[in-house]
Design a protein around this ligand. Sequence first.
Ligand code: NI
Ligand code: MN
Length: 227
Amino acid sequence: MPSELTWLGHGSWSIASNGYTVLLDPYLDENPVALVKADDLEADFVLVSHGHGDHVSDAVAIARRTGATVVANFEICQWLARHGVKKTHAMNLGGGYRFPFGRVKMTMAQHTSMLPDGSNGGNPCGFLISFPEGNVYFACDTGLFHDMKLIGEAGVALAALPIGDNFTMGPDDALQAVKLLRPRRVVPVHYNTWPLIAQDADAWADRVNDQTDAEPVVLEPGAKIVL
Ligand code: NI
Ligand code: MN
């Protein structure tokens, strides 16, 4: 069965690959655009990109209920362990590891990562995940950085890029990111969750079509992409 990626809204994904369910940055219970709650989801693995509440908030409850292994940086893994999460897998920037659903490489992100209680959340990251069908790059929360060109050299089948502006790249820089990464398909995320990050994703998709070779895919929360 091909890998399937369901966008849950904001930066949250549920990924089905090789018989495993992988959640990325689950933010559901307080997410105004999410259609599912944390209790609705199963998980074998949970990936957390950084310590902000709109990425880590539901990870503790989900991991405790499901017994999922949480993959995050060292500092966030220590914090999760203090909050009763039994299984964590700590990584750091530039490192990769082969999980049963695919190889995960932790990539840099230009952002911050303090945890909700003020704890040190280490460095923020993105994830380059190698599924059987191809590489998917989740930039997660980040500003534009030129090393995206290097990430793109791995060959990216799909890139998930923030376009919301204010806290992350906005539409202009996300368009630059597409030009550096040269993905086959690109999906905009981290927008329209709140008025502060309202964006016209269809207008951005038109610019991607006009200026790059990538195919833009605009999703509604709950919709999926088949790799
Ligand atoms: Ni953030
Ligand atoms: Mn965020």
